[in-house]
Design a protein around this ligand. Structure first.
Ligand code: B12
Length: 298
């Protein structure tokens, strides 16, 4: 069995932390870490638990009782939404922090680690990814970051969102078909992507089209898929007429009489804006609201 000191040293080296950096994150002196790694001293249980969390491993591995490094502990299971709110906020803060320091892998590893510990992938969309994109927008507006940094963080977030798929249970594609896309011309497609994933978690068979789909092609695929719901998102107000015309064309199609159209997005979240004038069947200012709406109308 390997000694505790050797195991700690190999974990630290693998994570790329210096003795000083590890000492700082554990709140002890660098010499203390040196003594642990040479088995001259042994940490108390609280420090051991902190080390297990730092390296995302288990106490059994730290003590040499199992060769399996990865922690299987689902520490968040059974905690209430209220108890978990600060956890999601801490994850969101760390996630953005890593990306502002070009630490893409640490940001992505953080997401999978926290999901393995039992956080809810559906809540990640709102509390971590949208929270991050909103804050990126504010930093961008205040010129604290440039467009290139915004693009970097947005694209890593798209990778992180793609990773959430692995947390979706395998199941038979049902006939509850939904198509989601951003209004033509508007490059802001994240809302439509997130909505598509969240509906998938609710058991819908979703088709996320991104954006810029000619309306006649959109109508063809809606008919072909016998879609029940079309979700259209709009972020930039200058595409409002395009949205209205798309809804009008789809609603005019006799073969789509049963289809419901739900709209959402920043450009609609304006006080007093009447989305009904667009001819849509429903509007949601958040994903949760939209999914509730869709469940009611189905
Ligand atoms: C990522 C991003 C981009 C990316 C988009 C990548 C992609 N594939 O989506 C790129 C780089 C392409 C981009 C481009 C531009 N962008 Co941009 N972008 C952003 C950013 C940082 C995040 C947007 C996002 O995806 N948020 C995640 C969504 C889901 O969250 P949300 O918009 O807050 O949505 C909320 C609600 O509306 C609702 N919701 C959203 N979608 C949906 C959908 C449904 C169905 C429902 C029910 C609810 C819902 O839920 C959310 C939570 O409540 C925002 C900053 C911000 N603060 O939002 C700027 C922002 C939207 N962009 C902006 C601008 C101006 C542009 C550009 C015009 C800049 C430029 N001069 O080039 C260009 C567009 C050029 C063009 N071709 O037209 C401005 C828009 C200002 C305005 N008029 O409102 C913002 C606000 C930045 C800023 N602070 O000024 N952008």
């Amino acid at each position: 069995m390997q000694s505790f000191g050797k195991i700690l040293k190999s974990l630290r080296n693998e994570s790329g932390l210096s003795q000083f950096e590890l000492a700082r994150s554990l709140g002890v002196a660098q010499t203390t870490i040196a003594n642990y790694e040479t088995d001259k001293r042994f940490p108390n249980h609280l420090l051991l638990i902190h080390m297990a969390e730092t390296f995302d491993t288990s106490l059994d591995f730290l003590l040499g009782r199992t060769p399996e490094k990865k922690s299987r502990l689902r520490i968040y299971e059974g905690m209430t939404r209220g108890e978990l709110d600060p956890v999601y906020q801490e994850v969101a803060d760390k996630y953005l922090g890593y990306l502002l320091e070009n630490q893409k892998y640490r940001a992505l590893a953080l997401v999978s680690r926290e999901l393995d510990k039992g956080l809810d992938p559906r809540i990640f969309y709102d509390r971590v990814f949208m929270n991050t994109l909103r804050r990126v927008g504010e930093l961008w507006e205040r010129n604290e970051i440039n467009v290139a940094r915004e693009h970097y963080i947005t694209n890593v977030t798209q990778t992180a969102i793609a990773g959430l798929y692995t947390y979706l249970e395998e199941r038979v594609a049902c006939d509850r078909v939904a198509v989601t896309m951003a209004v033509n011309g508007d490059p802001h497609t994240m809302g439509a992507k997130m909505m598509s994933d969240l509906m998938e978690f609710e058991g819908w068979n979703t088709f996320y089209l991104g954006g810029d789909v000619p309306t006649d092609h959109l109508i063809d695929i809606l008919v072909e898929l016998k879609a029940r719901v079309l979700v259209l998102t709009i972020t930039l107000p200058q595409y409002m007429d395009t949205l209205k015309n798309t809804i009008y064309a789809v609603k005019k199609e006799a073969r789509l009489k049963k289809l419901k159209i739900i709209v959402g997005g920043k450009a609609l979240d304006v006080k007093g804006f009447s989305w009904q004038e667009l001819g849509a069947d429903g509007y949601g200012s958040s994903f949760e609201e939209a999914i509730r709406l869709i469940e009611e109308i189905r």
